[in-house]
Ligand binder design. Structure first.
Ligand SMILES: NC(=O)c1ccc[n+]([C@@H]2O[C@H](COP(=O)([O-])OP(=O)(O)OC[C@H]3O[C@@H](n4cnc5c(N)ncnc54)[C@H](O)[C@@H]3O)[C@@H](O)[C@H]2O)c1
Length: 364
């Protein structure tokens, strides 16, 4: 366990596309110090380590390192739980990219392995930025009255047009639901509270998925997930959300994310980003109004959830981007697919309280 004064030392496992955003954040977070990186692709790890002036180690070496307090796990979804459990067994805290795991059965051991003061955190930490936190403050302050419902529409033709190794997006743990769902569902739990029941329908068109860029360009990808998903969620407080996420849409004019209340509508900013503006349309008014940021970490980036967790460890308080929240979100996603398969409504077994609000601040 780190002493309060010294930086929280971090080892990163998995240095692919998204790692660049974490490196950029780590430069803004003086309480975190990157000491080493590792990747199955050791040549990639060596290149990235040289760029950032840190050690390249094998995964085994990094997990055995004395100068690593926490592991940032940026591997593909199929490796999140395995790497996480190995890190916890080696006495390290873990903060992982989303989803928490491929299924609740696979991910549950992560919850149980948080013993001896060790913590597990999970993306998305975008919800800790000023965008979603300002929206949450408006809801809590009653600006839109009693929340009645929310509507989400995220769609694209699919990530194979831009990602150099997009195979994982079409395997379990991927698809629009497990890939993009966590941003919206974590935001919905933050804004409206936990979900008690879901129903949903999911399908796939069978359209061929071909890698568009990089050394794998032209490769046809196997598709083992549904690529168009619509869900209905009933929140504990009674509000209902409709959520559509899709890799089947070439163009759309649907609003991304809206919250409807008895006194107005809130245009919720993109929950895959940190600091976009929030707009409100108040009952009886004539126009949308942009609301100044009033809560959340300013100009945050990926990795702020780990900094928030490090601060919470030092203070002995709960961290916000918690494994329990990510587990609840994972169960929502799993339940949407099983509701679709059984053409029924599924009652959830898990819950997660709304995480504590983030007061306006520069860093955790
Ligand atoms: N690419 C994005 O825009 C983006 C955005 C947000 C979140 N994410 C999430 O980040 C994670 C990684 O995505 P990415 O786009 O960086 O993928 P990527 O394929 O570019 O990188 C993953 C890296 O992990 C390594 N890896 C895989 N299994 C490993 C293992 N068992 N041990 C060690 N290294 C291993 C791979 O060699 C690769 O370098 C995913 O969970 C994804 O959902 C990605």
């Amino acid at each position: 366990m780190p002493e309060p004064q010294r930086p929280f030392r971090v080892g990163m496992i998995g240095v692919g596309v998204i790692s660049a955003q974490y490196f950029a954040s780590l430069e803004k977070l003086p309480k975190l110090k990157l000491t080493a990186v590792a990747d199955l692709d050791q040549a990639r790890a060596a290149t990235v380590a040289a760029e950032h002036g840190v050690d390249a180690r094998t995964v085994d070496e990094l997990l055995a390192s004395d100068d690593v307090d926490a592991v940032i796990n940026l591997t593909i979804p199929a490796a999140h739980v395995e790497i996480g459990l190995r890190a916890l067994a080696a006495g390290k805290h873990v903060f992982a990219e989303k989803p928490l795991g491929l299924s609740t059965a696979e991910a549950r051991p992560l919850l149980d392995a948080q013993t001896g003061g060790l913590r597990v955190g999970s993306a998305p930490d975008t919800v800790l930025g000023t965008g979603i936190q300002t929206a949450r403050k408006l809801v809590d302050d009653g600006v839109i009255g009693q929340p009645v419902g929310a509507s989400v529409h995220w769609s694209s033709p699919g990530h194979e047009s831009w990602h150099p190794a997009p195979g994982f997006y079409y395997q379990p743990g991927g698809g629009p639901l497990f890939d993009m769902g966590p941003y919206y569902l974590t935001s919905l739990v933050t804004l409206l509270g936990p979900v008690v029941k879901v129903s949903g329908l999911a399908s796939r068109s069978g359209r061929e998925r071909v890698v568009g860029k990089g050394p794998l360009a032209g490769t046809v990808l196997p598709v083992d997930v549904d690529t168009h998903v619509t869900a209905l969620l009933e929140h504990e407080g009674g509000a209902i959300s409709t959520v559509t996420v899709s890799f089947e849409v070439w163009a759309s004019r649907a609003p991304l994310f809206e919250l409807y209340g008895t006194e107005g509508t809130l245009a919720v900013p993109d929950p895959n980003r940190f600091s976009d503006p929030v707009e409100v349309f108040a009952a009886g008014s004539e126009a949308w109004r942009t609301v100044p940021e009033s809560a959340g970490y300013r100009d945050a980036g990926r990795g702020y959830g780990l900094a928030d967790m490090a601060a919470a460890i030092a203070a002995g308080t709960p961290h916000r981007a918690s494994a329990e929240l990510a587990f609840h979100v994972l169960e929502i996603m799993e339940a949407v697919l099983s509701a679709s398969a059984s053409r029924s409504t599924v009652t959830l077994a898990s819950t997660a309280p709304r995480p504590a609000p983030v007061p306006l601040a520069d860093t955790p």
